[in-house]
Design a protein. Structure first.
Length: 98
């Protein structure tokens, strides 16, 4: 819980985003054309699951427990993965005829 001025959280942010990007894209493409009722919510749920998994992997490597670091480097990538999943869901999961 001690402040580490040299560890703001940007390294964890970048690593989390890189770890989550490929599985999120692959899952959205695999679900292409499944035509769910709410493709944005389906994509957001995929983003939340993949973002949480990347959070665990990055958290195993990160020794910092300072709250601003955790918010920037660990929580923000989860929210970004959910937003990206919702966008990918609207774009790729819905059927093309819509």
């Amino acid at each position: 819980m001690v402040s580490w001025p040299t560890r703001v959280g940007l390294r964890c942010l970048l690593l989390s985003c890189l770890v989550a990007a490929w599985p999120l894209a692959v899952m959205a493409i695999m679900r292409r054309g499944s035509d769910p009722v709410q493709p944005g919510l389906t994509g957001a749920a995929l983003g939340a699951a993949i973002g949480a998994a990347s959070w665990v992997l990055v958290d195993l490597n990160c020794p910092v427990a300072y709250v601003p670091h955790l918010l920037l480097g660990h929580v923000l990538p989860l929210l970004l993965a959910m937003l990206a999943g919702a966008g990918l869901g609207q774009r790729f999961i819905a059927l093309r005829g819509r």
